[in-house]
Design a protein. Structure first.
Ligand code: ATP
Length: 311
């Protein structure tokens, strides 16, 4: 779910801007069920957003053209272990593609200046690009006063990418099925604490999918959600699963090293997010998360940060 920054109307420098916070996500569960005739994978996933955001600002542009400026707003921890990360600046950026698709679908000829402040690590399984694309559909619909329906925004989001509709669903956690576009909002206890680690290297989502072995069988995501919603953290951890992990371990030794590091520490449960390379551990509370994050940093496994799931 996206948040509109409530302060944006109070900024006298850009009074008509729309500012949107685009959160990162984690997959608490991801099972790839099989490959479909249309080339997409059938999946079951539990996605939840965490308190790490890119910020996007949309301002009207009288020339009728699109303009995109990407700024590095700093990584959550930065320093050693953080890979050089910058998204593409032009038409291949998902933000640009989302803006163009919205214009084409609505016949809108208006222009916009779009500024991105990037904090979510790239190619990390945290869906930063997908969240930015959803924020763009949402933000430009407001800026241009298009009144596009939720259904149209959902359809455009699905055309752009399988993870994108989730960010428009209005919930912070959801069970996602089909190729990701069939979304059932879930209610989880607020503010679960997690430790996220990202090694110095990334992985291409397409490459990981090419190497994964599908696992037919559904229901695990619902079991995990049921355990979490009743506060049974340990039971939920027993259901945490990611089909893509084995492929990522084979493709990237850094992810395997992360798995080994997390295994040595008393996390309630731990898993790779999405197609990697981020790896995360579930904790009982913030203090425990801060303590375990310190121990991971001492092992030098990459950039490590503590986050909470969003209420
Ligand atoms: P997912 O979890 O959805 O598979 P990811 O977190 O692994 O995604 P992203 O950070 O979304 O990966 O980026 C994947 C690719 O998309 C990168 O190669 C990047 O160059 C490209 N990209 C296009 N637009 C963006 C954007 N706005 N932010 C980040 N990456 C983008």
């Amino acid at each position: 779910m996206l948040c509109v920054d409530p302060q944006f109307r109070k900024n006298p420098a850009v009074p008509d801007a729309v500012v949107v916070e685009a959160p990162a996500k984690l997959n608490l569960y991801l099972r790839i069920l099989g490959k479909r005739a249309d080339g997409f994978h059938e999946l079951e996933s539990v996605m939840t957003t965490i308190g790490l955001y890119d910020t996007l600002r949309f301002t009207a542009n009288d020339s009728g053209s699109l303009e995109l400026e990407c700024h590095d707003a700093g990584r959550p921890v930065g320093g050693a272990g953080s890979p050089p990360e910058s998204p593409p600046n032009g038409p291949t950026n998902l933000i640009w593609r989302a803006a163009q698709l919205l214009r084409d679908a609505t016949g809108c000829a208006a222009g916009a200046k779009i500024e991105l402040w990037k904090r979510i690590p790239i190619a990390a399984g945290l869906a930063g690009g997908s969240s930015d694309a959803a924020a763009t559909l949402f933000g430009l619909n407001r800026l241009w006063k298009l009144n596009a329906s939720s259904q149209l925004l959902h359809d455009l989001a699905s055309q752009l990418g399988s993870d994108i509709p989730f960010f428009l669903c209005g919930a912070t956690t959801a069970l996602c099925q089909g190729r990701g576009e069939i979304i059932t909002p879930l209610s989880l206890p607020a503010g679960l604490s997690v430790v996220v680690a990202r090694p110095a290297t990334g992985l291409s989502t397409a490459e990981v999918f090419r190497h994964c072995r599908p696992e037919p069988g559904t229901g695990g995501g619902q079991q995990l959600a049921a355990a979490l919603s009743t506060g049974r953290l340990q039971a939920a951890a027993g259901h945490m699963h990611n089909t893509l992990q084995e492929a990522a371990f084979r493709l990237n030794a850094d992810v395997l090293q992360l798995r080994d590091a997390f295994s040595q520490l008393p996390f309630v449960g731990h898993l790779m997010s999405g197609s990697g390379t981020s790896y995360f551990g579930l904790c009982h509370n913030r203090n425990e998360a801060a303590r375990l994050a310190g121990r991971l940093r001492a092992l030098g496994v990459g950039a490590v940060f503590v986050a909470q799931t969003r209420p």
